[in-house]
Structures are given as C-alpha cells and as structure tokens.
Design a protein around this ligand. Sequence first.
Ligand SMILES: [Ca+2]
Length: 557
Amino acid sequence: MKLKSILLIVLLSQMSIFGQSFRPIPEWLKTAAFYQIYPQSFKDTNGDGIGDINGIISKLDYIKWLGIDAIWLNPCFESSFQDAGYDVTDFYKVAARYGTNNDLKRLFKEAHKRKIRVCLDLVAGHTSADHPWFQASQSAVHNEFSDRFIWTNDSTVKPERHISGKFERNGTYRKNFFDCQPALNYGFGQPDSTQQWQQPVTAPGPIATRNELVKIINFWMDMGCDGFRVDMAPSLIKNDPNKVETNKLWHGIRREFQKKYPQGILIAEWGNPANAIKAGFMMDFIIHLGNNGYSSMFFNKEGTYRRDTCYFDIAGVGTPTKFVDYYLEQLRVVGDSGYVCVPTANHDFQRPNAGTRNSEEQLRVLTAFLMTIPGVPLYYYGDEIGMKFIPNLPNKEGSQLTKGNRAGSRTPMQWDGSDGAGFSTAPIEKFYLPIDSSAYRPNVETQINNPTSFLYFNRNLLQLRKKYPALGTRGEIKFLYAKSNTYPLVYERSFGSERFIVVVNPSGKSCSVQINNPEQYKKIIPVLADKCAINLAEGGLKIDIDKISYGIFKVID
Ligand SMILES: [Ca+2]
C-alpha cells in the first residue's frame, strides 16, 4: 500500500501536457512579472558608452521597486555583433564589453538576494560565422565540427537559404537569418533521400550539437542562472513537418533540465504558445511573429513594422477581434500546462510610444490593457517610463531589416534629466545608439519622485495584479464587448468569487455602450479609473467612457 501511495504521489507530481508528462512548472512563474533588459543600452558603468553587467547590478533595487520578479537579458556572450549578440562566437563567455563571467555570476547572486530571477538568452539555432566551430567546419579534412553545421556536399548545390563562399571544403552552408549566422546541425525531420548531405536527427553530428546545447544550458544554470528564453526555438530541426522531431528534442531537454534544475524555466521565442507548450516550453510570447493580431492591436504607422489601422490608436478605426480570438484560443489550448505572455514590446519591434501614440494618456490606456489580461506580464526596459521608439536611426549591429529598423527600440535607458540621461559618462556621440533627443524625454528620476507619474501607474498596475488574483496571470477572462471598428473594449476578469470589469478606450472619441450581462452585479466600484463610469442598468451595464481613457472596477457582491 505504502509503495502504491508513493507511486501515486510521484504520478500526480508530473504534469501531463498533450500526452507528455513533465515535472510541474515552478510555482514562482505563476505570480512573476518580467522585465527585459537589452544589456548594451541599460546602464554603462565604465564610461565606454555601452551598457554592462555591473550597470544592471546597480539598478536591481530600482527593478525590485517597480515590482519585478524576473529579468530576461538579451544575449551577453562573446559575439561578432553583426546581429547585436545573436551571432555568438563563444557560448561560454560573457562579451568583454559587458564584463566577465564573474560579473554575471555576481548579477545572479545580487538578483537572488532581492528575490529576482535572471534568465539568459539561449541562441540555440546558429553561431556566428566567426565562431571557431564554424571555422573548423570549413576544413576539407573531416573533423569534430564538420557535421555540426548544415553543409551540402557540393558547392554547386545551393538550396534555399544556402550561402556559397571560398571554403576549403566543397559545399554551401545553411544560414538561419543573416548570412553570418550559419545554422547548427540538429538534423532533418524528414531528410531527402536524394540529398545525402541532409542528416537525420540521429546522426552523430546532430547528436553532438544537441549535447553541446545541453552543456551550454548546464554551464550557466550551474553558475546561478534561473532559465532561458530560447531564440527561434521552433527552427532547430529542418524540414520537420508538424514539428515531430523538434518537439521530441525539446521534450528530452526539458526532462533533463527539470531533473537537475526543478526551479529553472524554459521560455520559447515561438510566437505560438499552444505549439511552444506542446513542445515542452513553459511560456511563450504572443508578439509580432505570425498572423496573430498582435500587430493589428498595437502597431501603427510608425515603427519597425507599420500598419495603417491599429486598435490602440486615437483614429479609432481599429479592430480588436483578430487578437482577441487568437489570444482566447491560445489561453484555452494552453490551459494550466504553460503560460502565455503578451509583452509591452521587445528588441525586435516598436515600443508602445511610437508615432502618434505619443502621449502619456494613450500609453496609460494601452498598458492598463496589457497589465490586466491573463498571462505573464512583461515590461521591455524603458516602457515603464514611456520611452519612445526613435525613427530614422542608423543601422546598428544588424538592426536594419528589409521592413524597418529595430534600433528605434534599442536606445539608451533614460535614468535622469542630464544630457546623457544618466546612462553613461561617455560623450553622448559615443553612446551605443543616440539617446532620445526630445526636449521632454521621460526619465526615471523625475517619475520616481512623482506618485502620479506613468512609472508609478505601472507600479500600481503590477501591485493590483499581485493583490487580486482575478487580475493576475491565472485569472479568467471573458470579453463582454469586443467588436470590429468599435470602441471601447470591455472584459470581465475573475478568480473564484473575485471579479473585475475592465474598460479601455484608446480612440479619440468618447463612447457609451449598453451591455447585457446576465451576471446581474450588485455593485461596482472603481479601483483605478480615469474618465470612465459604469452604471448598473436593468440586466446589464451602462458604460460611459471619455476619449483615451480606461477603468478597472471591482465587482462587490
Ligand atoms: Ca560599459
């Protein structure tokens, strides 16, 4: 009997995810708020104009004050910086411009002292073309690294995304993104039998690549890291319909990972949480990738990616339904087996403050929405003070894409009102990227001394999420009013018997709606509201909201 009950407990402690059993996701993720740091632009402590690890350490108290529980750091490893660090030349070494491995170890330690976790960026799919492994793989003599990249066996064979060059070996190599990013060889899900160079996932090269990835993960985890955001997570295995082999790969990695690091987390850059969680990840983002409504919700005419219509725009001609439908479906499929995250922005696309969405009141409406929907909240550095996407910047370390420039979201953090904004003591022309040149650019020092500031507003939102589980990561959401070309957007959040109503109107026109609601609330009180009123009418709600306004209301039973 005793053995049976132990077995039962062991079985119950495993989570079943789409038929796969894993150890449970660490509890801490359920209430965590994230903050993404672009290391080169956060805080410079040695006056070279580039942010560094010591700079991040010096700002941990600020991050804690804001209400953050976990940081995700963009890649901080040795790199040729042709893609701002996503072209790694040594996976085991912090880039000299950011400091040393010991500095990073100290960041882990100092963050943990403050109960903040630190996740690194795992560039799993490729290296820099300058990486010694790739250099060795170019040799005509077969060696340890010959099969660690995807090479054809003839330089005249040049399938899609293959790059030719003057190599000692006869062949072309597969790139992932830029030409300088050769794809690591994790094998092909369905190798083409007429193309001998396409190796199955069980070949020695792909197995060695996979084992090296685990070694990299363990190296940083053993040093004190708390997990990873995995760059381009779905793309490791080539020609893999339905991601059969990709899923197997990540399932295996998650099992090994959780056995050693039960409190560690694995976050995907997949852009489809349902698929990412099926592959074994614990969290994924709804972002600009894929046709998911994120862009129709948040992207206007200015930014890395631009659109004519946008829901969060004063023009008031946007449509929220594409995002709402996709988001609800993702939440439904993911359920309790993982987390969805809808971030304020990231290093690849524009910030909320872009183009005509440039006033604090507009940013309040957008952020009130993002911070009151289910899923893990994430602030991209600087969005908590309303930093601006800066257009027309030069191409910096591969920031320029065909569609637009990513540099506008990567400018130095604005800490104070001094010329260099407290980012660095270097002359401003030596800064990694030009700082926002607006006369009234926002900064932390001014806002932290003003309880009515946007920074405090964001801190208040994070506190509300912590105080009321109904507004938090796992609370339920039901959209009461979400219609094409129509404002406002109204939804109910609930957890157990606790309920909230949230109304947002990003448009430049006031509006009134009558919503039939069979729930028959007894009383509703505003918790955080600006120019928005709800009156309980017969069988429903009568909402009056001014232009560019929001309201968070608690239902009192
Ligand atoms: Ca520096």
